[in-house]
Structure formats: C-alpha cells, structure tokens
Design a protein around this ligand. Structure first.
Ligand code: PGA
Length: 251
C-alpha cells in the first residue's frame, strides 16, 4: 500500500489574489513539517498569486474546475491546458456546488476528468449523495455510479493522478459532519468500486478523502479511519491555524 494522506483546502469563491497570497503566507510555516501532501484550491484569478506564494514550500495549487475542450467558443471557461501551462498541478472536479448550481452532470464531470488527465493535471474528483438519497438508502448506489461514470476511459495507470473526495452533500458547509464510521463506510465502498473497475492494487493505492464540515476538532477521528486518506476542507481551510491542525492530524 503506497497511499499518502492528502489534505486539500477548497477555498470556493473566497479571497482576492492579495488575500490568497497572505493566507498562504500564514499557512506555509505552519505546515512546513507536514508528513502529508498539502494543496490549496483557489479561485481562477488567484492562481498566479497562489503559485508565487507557495514557492519554496511543498504546497500544491488546485483550480476548482476546468472545461473539457482545449480551446474554442466557451465564454467564461478555462481549459485544463491553460491551467497546466501556468504550473497548476491539481484541479477539483465534480464538486457538488458545480453539480447543483452550475449544471455539472456525471457525463460532463467525466469529460472534465478526461481533459484534466490529458493535460497532465492531478484530479480531485468529488462524489457524494444528497440527504434524501441517504435517507432512501441509496448512498452506495449513487456514489458508485458517480465514480464509475466519472472514471469512464481512465486507465489504471492514470489513477495515480486521481484523488477521490467523498463529500456527502448534507455535510458540506452545514456543520453536520458524517460520523467517522459513516465516512469510512462510504470511502471503503468507493475503494471496492475501484477494485471492480480496475484491480485490488489500484484500489488500495488510490487516495480517498472525506469532505464535509471537516474541522480542527473532528479531523483526527475522521483521518484515523483506515479508508479515509485525507480531507477536502472548505470553511476550515480559510483559517490558517485550523487548516494546519488538520494537516498535522494527517499522519
Ligand atoms: P466544508 O466544505 O468543509 O465547508 O463543509 C467542504 C467542501 O465543499 O469541499
């Protein structure tokens, strides 16, 4: 098993470029001795400032979306190649806010994943069920379907550049975290889906994060679960000390 924890901040639509540089400046010394991979996912316009600010640290920079075409008449969109050309290493795809508010579907997420991998980026692929789906007992089916469709055409070798973030939609930004057991159960189920799609080794090697109201207080318990290999953190990633506490819990 060669998994390493990955702790990624998802800043969503927060921070100007100057504010992003300042927050990274605060985070840098606090995570200098991290034993996990650390990533910050920032708005598009913050990418140049973030890439500059992380220099000299091991912190990776993620965009929060990309389009699937290389170029063309897609007003307002940004391609995976554009991100790669600036030195961006990661892209968050299929976040539930993109799916809920901006029309992303399993099929468009699959196209974005394909484009991002072709461009050489590492993908943080988000999957997760709505509350009604959990209550109806179809969490496993929903998450397996999202995972299978998004990874259509992705090879076992390419899975080394795919991180999966299990984010139950009811836990995002609500303060209502999945229990450690719930988080682990679904992360394990995703690993089982990967074993079916690929093989046992690929499933064992893939990093599967939990996301949804992870914070400085609950991170240690969530990250101690055997199938939880990191976190995708929204609100708490905007506070350097809290983010650093989560990073320290990932060992
Ligand atoms: P949250 O967001 O930590 O604020 O719940 C997580 C996410 O949306 O990635």
């Amino acid at each position: 098993m060669s998994r390493k924890y990955v702790i990624a901040g998802n800043w969503k639509m927060n921070k100007t470029p100057a504010e992003a540089a300042a927050l990274i400046g605060e985070i840098k010394p606090l995570v200098a001795d991290a034993s996990c991979d650390v990533v910050v996912g920032v708005p598009f316009v913050d990418l140049p400032a973030a890439l500059e600010a992380v220099k000299g640290s091991g912190i990776g920079v993620a965009a929060q979306n990309c389009h699937w075409e290389k170029s063309g008449a897609f007003t307002g969109e940004v391609s995976a190649d554009m991100l790669k050309s600036m030195g961006v290493g990661y892209v968050i795809l299929g976040h539930s806010e993109r799916r809920t508010y901006f029309g992303d579907t399993d099929v468009t997420v699959q196209k974005r994943v394909r484009a991002a991998l072709d461009a050489g980026l590492t993908v943080i692929l988000c999957v997760g069920e709505y509350l009604e789906q959990r209550e109806q007992g179809v969490t496993g089916e929903v998450v397996a379907m999202q995972t299978k469709i998004a990874l259509g055409g992705v090879s076992a070798q390419e899975m080394a550049r795919v991180i999966i973030a299990y984010e139950p939609v009811w836990a995002i930004g609500t303060g209502r975290t999945a229990t450690a057991a719930q988080a682990n159960e679904v992360c394990r189920l995703i690993r089982g889906t990967l074993a079916g799609l690929y093989d046992a080794k690929t499933a064992e090697d893939t990093v599967i994060q939990y996301g949804g109201s992870m914070n400085a207080g609950n991170a240690a318990e969530l990250l101690a679960q055997p199938d939880v290999d990191g976190g995708l953190i929204g609100g708490a990633s905007l506070k350097a000390p809290d983010f650093a506490t989560i990073v320290k819990a990932a060992k």
